[in-house]
Design a protein around this ligand. Structure first.
Ligand code: HEC
Ligand code: HEC
Ligand code: HEC
Ligand code: HEC
Length: 447
């Protein structure tokens, strides 16, 4: 019954989107617009002259409100107060000094300039997802841009995020402009200029809403996607590179900071598999002055569920919102639990080290803690509190908790010399493995 309703909704949404793009084929973008905006134009004011309706909604990113939302919203509340474990796990790193909930696109320049994490030694890489000027500056300076001093380039960052971050000025076709995404796709064998419109409706967001790190001496902003997009794939990538962002002040663990992996988390989710893009929920079609346009007010979709969700879901706004909160509450409670055990692992390592624990066992404890910490940090850094992919996020928290307890056991062993008991039977470790064994048996050639 419910399934039928969803299907009808999906069809309706597809029809709407086909009408909106003018029945074009899925692989090439229609040239629906042709304005006299000079190539390379960055300023929003120029685009606003031709597209006042999209501009109207774009300017709403300046609005500050948490209305309708429980864990998201635009007010920059302090994450360290809400999640005390974060302050402990980031000890010795900038994120322990100031770490806020994200705000609207309107505030990128203001926020990156005022955050206390930025100091006199910060590098230009930090401008990368804050300004439309970046692509041009990278063209001009090459890789030297990334490691340059943050403050030296301040004068060049005249624009925040503008229409030019996602659109070709003359055709308004969607384009990938950010150098790190262009480089990463190219490295992985995908041409950034040959994405379908449907892919672009997600990939324009993946220019910034992704996990990244500063690679090598040049500190080039790089997306760690070579082994896949899941949290454990990304962790494996960092392990192979032996990458770390900083060393934990108390426990001496070489830690990795997770960024804002909305894109990676979303991929593989129920909604991604149903064919949705970021734009479907975050840029729904909306009426403005009698015209149907894509909303450019990037914010919590819970502020406009009628346009974002009820096109497919027919259970009503309140009921659906309760389902979202149900997921988010479970994730938030689990994250706090895992976060606390993560802190206990750090304490156990620091204490065992102070008491002269065995260094080989401590080395193993640190390696385990590092993995667990990255995974719980991923969940906290992802901005939907689990909504984008509840199943993956719960699995990630579970794996993180497992690493944290193993780290505690190893730290204890470093003092007592007694290893924690292990139950290592010759049997599949997961149900997936069991099913595979059964399947292989069934399909084995009969003798
Ligand atoms: C973060 C990326 C992004 C930015 C920044 C952005 N847009 Fe868009 N824009 C989109 C997406 C995604 C669509 C939907 C395109 C599609 O489905 O074909 C879109 C669609 C449009 C369209 C096509 C008509 C419509 O409403 O669907 C116009 C015109 C447009 N945008 C104008 C602008 C203007 C003007 C600005 C700056 C004030 C801007 N955009 C900034 C992503 C962006
Ligand atoms: C050029 C980089 C960039 C691109 C492209 C981009 N974003 Fe963002 N986005 C940011 C940054 C940076 C912030 C946080 C700004 C702050 O806190 O000052 C943000 C914040 C947000 C927020 C939080 C707003 C709030 O009110 O709390 C949402 C939602 C969002 N982006 C959605 C999207 C979607 C959807 C797309 C693609 C259509 C997209 N963004 C494309 C950089 C980007
Ligand atoms: C099925 C609808 C849906 C899709 C598709 C979707 N999101 Fe979301 N997104 C949500 C919901 C719901 C929230 C939680 C908002 C809240 O807690 O208020 C959210 C939260 C966010 C936030 C934080 C907003 C805030 O208020 O701080 C960002 C940023 C974001 N999404 C980006 C993305 C990006 C990037 C993609 C594509 C990779 C994407 N979303 C795909 C529904 C969606
Ligand atoms: C284009 C259609 C479409 C849109 C738009 C859409 N959804 Fe869904 N959603 C689906 C489908 C399909 C499923 C999977 C079938 C089901 O669970 O009923 C689903 C499942 C869900 C579930 C259950 C997921 C789970 O893992 O338990 C929730 C909650 C949900 N959607 C919330 C939302 C919210 C909130 C929005 C708007 C921000 C939204 N959806 C927008 C199609 C859509």
């Amino acid at each position: 019954m419910r399934k039928g309703k969803i299907l009808i909704g999906l069809l309706a949404a597809m029809i709407i989107s086909i009408v909106a793009v003018g029945c074009s084929s899925k692989t090439s973008q229609p040239v629906a617009f042709r304005a006299e905006i000079a190539p390379g134009t960055l300023s929003v004011d120029e685009y606003a002259k031709y597209y006042p309706k999209q501009y109207d909604t774009f300017m709403k990113t300046a609005e500050m409100s948490n209305e309708g939302s429980k864990y998201g919203g635009s007010e920059e509340f302090d994450k360290l107060t809400q999640w005390p474990f974060l302050k402990e796990i980031f000890a010795g790193y900038g994120f322990a000094i100031e770490y806020n909930e994200d705000r609207g696109h309107n505030y990128t320049i203001e926020d990156v300039t005022k955050i206390k994490r930025i100091n006199e030694k910060s590098i230009a890489s930090c401008w990368t997802c804050k300004s439309a000027n970046v692509a041009g500056v990278v063209e001009e300076m090459g890789d030297a841009y990334y490691g340059a001093n943050f403050h030296d380039l301040k004068g060049k960052m005249t624009e925040g995020i503008t229409c030019a971050n996602c659109h070709d000025p003359q055709t308004m076709n969607l384009v990938i402009t950010q150098p790190p995404l262009r480089d990463t796709l190219t490295r992985l064998g995908k041409d950034p200029d040959k994405l379908t419109t449907q892919e672009l409706r997600t990939m324009v967001c993946a220019q910034c809403h992704v996990e990244y790190y500063f690679a090598g001496d040049k500190k080039i902003v790089t997306f760690p996607w070579d082994k896949g997009l899941t949290p454990t794939d990304v962790l494996e990538y960092y392990e192979e590179k032996d990458f770390s962002d900083w060393t934990h002040a108390k426990a001496g663990v070489r830690e990795i900071k997770a960024q804002h992996p909305e894109y990676e988390t979303f991929m593989g989710s129920t909604h991604a598999e149903a064919g949705l893009s970021c734009a479907d929920c975050h840029m729904p079609y909306t009426m403005n002055g009698g015209e149907k346009i894509s909303s450019h007010w990037w914010t919590s979709p819970l502020k406009h569920m009628n346009e974002s969700c009820l096109t497919c879901h027919r259970e009503g706004e309140e009921a659906l919102k309760e389902r979202v909160f149900y997921t988010q509450d479970k994730v938030a409670d689990m994250m706090a639990k895992v976060g606390n055990v993560t802190v206990e692992a750090l304490e156990a390592i620091a204490e065992a080290d102070a008491k002269g624990g065995n260094q080989d066992a401590l080395k193993e404890a640190r390696a385990l803690q590092r993995k667990g910490q990255f995974l719980v940090d991923w969940v906290g850094a992802e901005n939907s509190m689990g909504f984008h992919n509840p199943q993956l996020i719960m699995e990630t928290l579970n794996t993180s908790m497992d690493y944290a307890y193993q780290a505690i056991n190893k730290a204890t062993e470093s003092i007592t010399g007694v290893a924690a008991p292990k139950w290592d039977v010759e049997a599949p470790k997961t149900n997936t493995e069991t099913m595979k064994v059964l399947h292989d048996k069934e399909n084995a050639p009969k003798s």
